[in-house]
Design a protein around this ligand. Sequence first.
Ligand code: HEC
Ligand code: HEC
Ligand code: HEC
Ligand code: HEC
Length: 207
Amino acid sequence: MRSLLAWLTAVLTVLLAAGWIGLRLTAAPARVDVPSPVQPARATESPRFSTTLRPGPATPRVRTGTADAQGPITVACSTCHQTTKPNPELRSAAELKQFHRGLEYRHGSLTCLSCHQASNYDALRLADGSTIPFAETMTLCSQCHGQKRRDYDHGAHGGMQGFWDLSRGPRTRNTCVHCHDPHAPAQPFVQPVLPPRDRLSVPAKSP
Ligand code: HEC
Ligand code: HEC
Ligand code: HEC
Ligand code: HEC
């Protein structure tokens, strides 16, 4: 009789213990600290410095070949284009007979007016017809090259100067046209030693 009682007690203890462990196990996942999805991805970074974009090209002008005391005289694009009829079919440099001869142009089958604003040649045009200044070429390129823009935003494309860790120092980034000519954007075969050519640091020939 005594041994039976002892045996029953032992079985009960084992069952209770198993039940307790089971409860702990099922309760456990609720205690895991899942980060809230609304938190920023790198909440610990607490950046003290910021990322700045290098200024892109200024609104282009055309040199007249004459000069005054201030230097070469230039005219705005709209000077002629207010009176010329925009040509929405033009998509090759070979067709440029009257002006802009020698322009290097290889960019898919885009027409000139895919990017230039027909109602204002001193500005650029987005696909929806809206006007943006030349300073915002990044927006222009990104609407057709979304994947490259995402790579750029992640830091996998487009390079940078300064610090990855923004708690240590500031970061400077290029715009697309610091490296790509908008008219002939292909990069030459990648050289193992030379970095991509920086178009805008090359000293300007006109002021
Ligand atoms: C001296 C006058 C003149 C100036 C200044 C000028 N253009 Fe033009 N542009 C022309 C002429 C003429 C054509 C037509 C060329 C042809 O069809 O052979 C043309 C054609 C173009 C085209 C092709 C589309 C179209 O409407 O024919 C674009 C884009 C363009 N110009 C942009 C510019 C930009 C940007 C500037 C400023 C940097 C500029 N142009 C300054 C005279 C000018
Ligand atoms: C993919 C967009 C895009 C297309 C397509 C495009 N341009 Fe441009 N163009 C630009 C941008 C951006 C600039 C600003 C200058 C720079 O970044 O070098 C520019 C500048 C110019 C300039 C002034 C500076 C220079 O390089 O002489 C002329 C002239 C010009 N474009 C004419 C044309 C003509 C003509 C065509 C068609 C054969 C054309 N563009 C097609 C984006 C474009
Ligand atoms: C309206 C749409 C459009 C815009 C705006 C545009 N692109 Fe493109 N881009 C294209 C197309 C289409 C191609 C050709 C793709 C192909 O042939 O596979 C191309 C090709 C390219 C290539 C590859 C060239 C090659 O030969 O391999 C580069 C680099 C490029 N674009 C950069 C730019 C940059 C920089 C800008 C802004 C100045 C820009 N693109 C604006 C449509 C666009
Ligand atoms: C620091 C210089 C640099 C900057 C800034 C840059 N690129 Fe590029 N890009 C390159 C080089 C170099 C290549 C050729 C090697 C490669 O494919 O990665 C290239 C290739 C490309 C290609 C062709 C890729 C292919 O698969 O054929 C496209 C499109 C392009 N870039 C778009 C962009 C756009 C859009 C931006 C701006 C958001 C940009 N790039 C900014 C240097 C640059």
